[in-house]
Design a protein around this ligand. Sequence first.
Ligand SMILES: [Zn+2]
Length: 431
Amino acid sequence: MSRRRKRGHNSESTYIDNRFLVLDMIRRFAPLSKSDIAAMTGLTSMTAGNIINELCELSLIAGAGVQKSKAGRKPQVYAASPGSRVCVSVDLSSDDITLGLVDVLGNLRALNSFEVRKGDGTRVLHLINSLNDFCVQEAADKQLELVGVAVAVPGIIDSESGTVLRSVPLDWRDVPLRTVLEQIFPVPICIGKETHASIAGEYYFGTWGDAEDILFVNVGAGIGVGVMIGNRIHRGSSEMAGELGHVVVDPSGPQCNCGNRGCLEKLASLRSIVDRASEAAADGESLLLAEMAENRGGSLAIADVFSAFEEEDPVAVRIVQEAAGYLARGLIMLKRLFDPEIMIVGGNAIEDGKPYCDTVLRYFREYLANSNLPSDHDTAITFSKLGNKGRLLGASTWAFNRFFASLLAQSQAKNVKDTPGGQCSADHIGS
Ligand SMILES: [Zn+2]
């Protein structure tokens, strides 16, 4: 499954790449004028202007008024044009399945969510099958054009075939998800990793400026990292890059589903925190946790543990602090390995665990404060503002990128003139 990136840039790929480059800039930073685009991309003014005209003709972008801040003649500015196009975006997290109809601006035109039992992968496929009606019918009712389906999966994906090779949270092995969905949805299907969806969401819809080296650390039932270097997702030779959750940090630690002991996600994920608190409640170590478990019919929720932490229950404090210490050291390791411009922490930890996030951040900063290495104190670490919605939005960009590539290829076939100059982005964010 080893993949070698093709590095040649012939005139055909430059044609598409330059248009994608302009379209990406407008999607991320609109409203922009033609001269803004020329300055940001390195394209000549004439080439930028020609491309913008072409993108307008394809209804991918549209005029969005004039640039108010400029003195004198105010230039026209442009923004992405959503029109009636949407994609079905699916987020398969371990606890629920979320589907949305998303437009190119990241607006959720419809949203539905269903709880799924832990590890019940077959049920997920049944749900997707039955939700065909919801998505297709909803799009038809609202007179929307469905351009594709994109699914964000927690696990290891062969993106060439759209097969889920292994998903520990879903308990899947070798599930040919794209093939299955192609039999259900009559549109192109994109399958990708949830961390890649998250980082694509932050790239297109986040507010992190023009950073090109970004890490997205997903902390939920598991722990995974999306790595973007120079505006491109880094997948690794076998699409395993970013599996931080399965780095062994304590060889004598608890058994992980991957086969090893003491993986980071068995010590610092939200699920691991709940597991350890449940053991403490069952062993009678903490009366408060035991009481909380009893009130829920025997099983603790992560909110209980954080609530006990805030009430300064000593056992809850110990469990949360130990987990936060492991995670903070994992973040330091990432910083040392990749030296990113920005490190974004997201996932259910943001939605459900402010006390946990605050503790992780405090430890992370303490470790850096003790360091005398250059620039350690400038590291930007932040929490996702998109929340869990980021995965849905990010996955939608895969479907739209594929759709745009198809439209641009058709446009190229009609318009054979070359557009020399400018930089070339040979790969696009997404699956
Ligand atoms: Zn593991």
